[in-house]
Design a protein around this ligand. Structure first.
Ligand code: GLN
Length: 284
């Protein structure tokens, strides 16, 4: 007797529970991919037996998840904001926490020019740049990354989401960037090299270049905040993601550098996650 969809989900979720907080969802996503269907299909056809071929495809994916590999890398796909993005081992997996940044930009948008010029530093999959371009069809959006494969991936994601007008190019932070921007956004690496979380869960599989920064994780946040002053228009905004325990350090950094209206937003998990401010050259 072949197992039904429902039986596979219950049996394999049990097994994965020790390794994943989202065991049932993980199994559903891997099974849906193995069947070439979406998750709704699993509920509609829960009694349907799974063929031998489908089961062996599923088991191969499941074995990778059991060893800890993130679902987003196994499926090479991750949802972010309203977009589906291709993921790859060279870059960070987009996270729901980062959507807090997009929400803040939505609030700021009325005060920005109609054709605002925006840049996303360390764009990775292109998640932030593409979401902003999707929300604001008139904005001129750029994204840079130091890793060439990330730039290629972001360009690929632009095509997948019909957002080819976003300009992605290789640059170490501002090195190859020209002009001034109404808004600079970034989710840079900000984890302390000694942080024990690096040895746990999904982050073990993500590239250190996207996660870790010197000086207790603050080195890249400092560099971006310092140089952004030369790339913002008068009164332009800088918004940066940071670690749950870096709010006061990042706020202090921005204030010291002369930013005004410095504030922080809390993510869905209740952690301070995005800090930003506005820069007026004339005011310093
Ligand atoms: N928020 C991620 C984590 O803690 C890190 C992302 C980053 O370093 N930019 O797993």
């Amino acid at each position: 007797m072949r197992l039904s969809i429902e039986q596979i989900i219950s049996q394999f979720s049990q097994q994965l529970m020790v390794n994943s907080d989202t065991a049932k969802l993980d199994v559903e996503l891997l099974l849906a991919r193995s069947l070439g269907k979406d998750r709704t299909y699993l509920y509609t056809w829960s009694d349907k037996p799974v063929t031998e071929k489908e089961e062996s495809t599923f088991k191969a994916l499941f074995a990778r998840r059991l060893k800890g590999e993130p679902v987003a890398y196994i499926l090479e796909q991750q949802a972010f904001w309203d977009l589906e993005l291709k993921t790859a081992e060279h870059t960070l997996i987009p996270r729901a926490d980062t959507e807090t940044l997009i929400e803040w930009v939505l609030e700021l948008a009325d005060a920005l020019p109609e054709c605002a010029k925006v840049i996303d530093l360390g764009t990775g999959t292109g998640a932030i740049a593409l979401s902003l371009a999707h929300e604001f069809p008139l904005w001129e959006v750029q994204g840079v990354d130091v890793i060439p494969q990330a730039v290629e991936l972001a360009q690929h994601n632009a095509i997948l989401n019909q957002l080819e007008r976003v300009l992605f190019f290789q640059s170490s932070w501002f090195d190859q960037v020209e002009g001034r921007f109404d808004l600079i956004v970034s989710n840079p690496p900000y984890i302390d090299p000694d942080d024990e979380h690096l040895a746990q869960g999904d982050v073990r599989f993500e590239p250190k270049s996207a996660l870790v920064a010197d000086n207790k994780g603050l080195a890249d946040l400092e560099l971006i905040a310092e140089h952004s002053r030369d790339y913002l228009v008068e009164g332009g905004w800088l918004l940066m993601e940071h670690g749950y325990d870096q709010q006061s350090a990042v706020q202090q950094l921005l204030i010291t550098l002369g930013y005004q209206h410095v504030a922080t937003r809390i993510d869905l998990g209740g952690n301070p996650r995005i800090t930003g401010g506005q820069f007026y050259k004339g005011a310093v």
